[in-house]
Design a protein around this ligand. Structure first.
Ligand code: DC
Length: 218
């Protein structure tokens, strides 16, 4: 059985960067499950689907042609890796994340992805719902102010101009929604190791995780 390491936590806690780098260190595959919710959101926005309709979203996701290719996300033949990071997709993704039909299908995609090879996966529900028997589970946190600072710097680097205050407020709203989601709410698995990444660099976090993965006890 291939092994799975799960990394869950709130937006901006550094999960993606940490998980990607950790996967590189271990020589494992990396799965960004947020990108899955985002690509479904992009397709839903483009098709004009009713975002509040679980039925419509379920139908859309069943017919979707998505592939994951060396860090790229393809919708049909189009590379949408950058498009799924836009502000509009981020804002609308909560509807898709709240849809039971979408979640059911994406859990299948995620398990299929990890069935092929050892995988580091990141999201909100990886340790609790998708991979309850994972080899190691981590939950990364950081103060909301620190996460907002990181997000703000990323957005500025990618040329998106938002105020720091709006980024902070957006994270507070997203945290509240992720925690209150009726299905698969964000929470640490009972057997997850909690790591507060405030004040830590990505490399420092990766070192901690590597240490915990390569020792026999957690
Ligand atoms: O981590 P992210 O910002 O790329 O996530 C995009 C959206 O998907 C966000 O609304 C949270 C949601 N999500 C989720 O519900 N479950 C996951 N495993 C991953 C992301």
């Amino acid at each position: 059985m291939p092994r799975v390491v799960t990394i869950d936590g709130p937006a901006g806690a550094g999960k993606s960067s940490v998980a990607r780098r950790l996967a590189g260190r271990l020589g494992w595959r990396f799965l960004d499950t947020g990108a899955m919710y985002r690509v479904v959101t992009l397709a839903a926005l483009r098709s004009g689907a009713d975002l509040a309709s679980d039925h419509d979203l379920g139908k859309l996701v069943d017919d979707l042609d998505v592939s994951w290719l060396a860090g790229q996300v393809l919708l049909g033949r189009e590379d949408v890796t950058a498009a799924i990071r836009g502000v509009e997709v981020t804002g609308a993704s909560r509807f898709v994340a709240d849809s039971p039909s979408v979640r059911r299908r994406l859990v299948q995609w995620q398990r299929a992805f990890a069935a092929g090879a050892d995988t580091v996966t990141e999201g909100r529900d990886q340790g609790t719902i998708v991979f309850p028997d994972a080899f190691r589970k981590f939950f990364l946190t950081a103060t909301v102010e620190e996460r907002a600072r990181r997000r703000f710097a990323d957005l500025q680097a990618s040329g998106q101009s938002l105020s720091f205050e709006s980024v902070l407020e957006d994270l507070r709203v997203r945290d509240a929604r992720d925690v209150a989601r009726p299905i698969a709410p964000m929470k640490p698995a009972e057997d997850a190791v909690l790591i507060d990444t405030s004040g830590m660099t990505i490399d420092q976090v990766v070192e901690q995780l590597v240490g915990r993965i390569t020792t026999t006890d957690q």
